[in-house]
Design a protein around this ligand. Structure first.
Ligand code: AOF
Ligand code: ZN
Length: 336
């Protein structure tokens, strides 16, 4: 299973709606017959990849898979039936598949007389697909709220200027994190006021190719003029005509989205926080004071200290040096 997990995490697999999955086929004497892994949506599942490499040698083998074999015909599949047809005698998998369309593989295998063992290194397997697992189990995308503030928690000065709060190393780090998400979400307010591009750009500020850009999502009921940069063709854009965070996330989930990078202003951030829909916070703190200006987050209804929203600090990292020094805090909101 350790080897199957390594295969699952093979480099070069594009970010996509599918989980990373690895599979090892073992002969009865314990030697490896074939290995396989999933290379992204539309390509063969890990089990199918390993079975194709094994050919006749799959008969009587044990399949060690990081995820419960699927039970459905989606873009490919179903793997449970393929394992049975290939004559595999035993299946050991790590993580159960709670994806409603694919679940049930273990039952199908057992019904066909295959010996099935579930749960081996399940936590490690869940960690490989942290965000995919969250999305299938919660039925909505995982939300990372990103903010950049001054030491006194302001994201813009009194005159509205906000562009250079964080230092160049922090901004590059933001682009790296954007590129790990499949959706960048803002409100119409941010689009109308700041006219952001919302693309992932490299070290030299060049946008990545369109097919590697996250989806740009804009929520709110105000109209977005066609000249706004978010509507250029550097990346795909969807206008979610709602103010409700639940509805926005449901619409994104319907498009197979699993990781939202929330980059909206204080009002949108407060709406997501109040609804309990922020799962992770990444905050870049610049060593500067404004003493006035826009608070990074709107009213959360906390009139007294005991009403404060508390967060766990997961990581503290210093980015840049000298005048460019920023501190990045990664936190998890505590939910009751
Ligand atoms: C994968 N790779 O190796 C396994 C998966 O519609 P499809 O064919 O893309 O199926 C995707 C679902 O199949 C996926 O969400 C998961 O539930 C299941 N198993 N998926 O992409 C694999 N074994
Ligand atoms: Zn499958």
């Amino acid at each position: 299973m350790t080897r199957a997990l390594e295969l699952a995490a093979s480099p070069g697999v594009p970010l996509g709606p599918n989980p990373r999955v690895g599979c090892v086929l073992l002969a009865p004497d314990g030697t490896t017959v074939a290995e396989g892994f999933h290379r992204g949506a539309g390509s063969p599942h890990a089990e199918a990849d390993a079975l194709a490499r094994a050919g006749d040698r799959a008969r009587g083998a044990t399949a060690v898979v990081t995820l419960e074999p699927c039970n459905h015909t989606g873009r490919t599949g179903p793997c449970a039936q393929a394992l049975v047809a290939a004559g595999v005698a035993r299946v050991v998998f790590a993580q159960s598949d709670s994806n409603p369309v694919a679940t049930g593989g273990a039952g199908t295998l057992r019904a066909a007389g295959v010996d099935v063992e579930a749960g081996l290194l399940a936590d490690a397997a869940r960690a490989v697909n942290r965000v995919w697992t969250f999305a299938v189990e919660h039925g909505r995308p995982f939300v990372t709220w990103k903010l950049a503030t001054t030491l006194d928690g302001r994201s813009a000065a009194a005159d509205g200027t906000s562009r250079w709060v964080s230092s160049p190393p922090a901004r590059r780090d933001t682009h790296r994190l954007r590129g790990l998400c499949d959706t960048i979400l803002v409100g119409t307010g941010t689009v109308l006021v700041d006219d952001p591009q919302l693309t992932v750009r490299d070290e030299d500020d060049r946008p990545l190719p369109r097919d590697r850009q996250p989806l740009r999502a804009v929520m709110g009921v105000r109209d977005v003029p066609p000249t706004r940069r978010v509507l250029d063709d550097a990346a795909e854009t969807v206008l979610l005509r709602t103010r409700d965070p639940h509805e926005a996330l449901a619409a994104l989930r319907a498009r197979d989205r699993q990781h939202v990078f929330l980059e909206g202003g204080p009002t949108l951030a407060a709406a997501f926080l109040a609804a309990g829909l922020v799962d992770e916070v990444v905050c870049y703190v610049a060593p500067m004071l404004l003493g006035a200006g826009l608070s990074a987050v709107g009213d959360l209804g906390a009139a007294t200290l005991t009403d404060a929203l508390h967060l766990d600090v997961v990581e503290v990292t210093t980015l840049g040096a000298g005048a460019d020094t920023n501190v990045r805090l990664t936190l998890t909101p505590l939910k009751e």
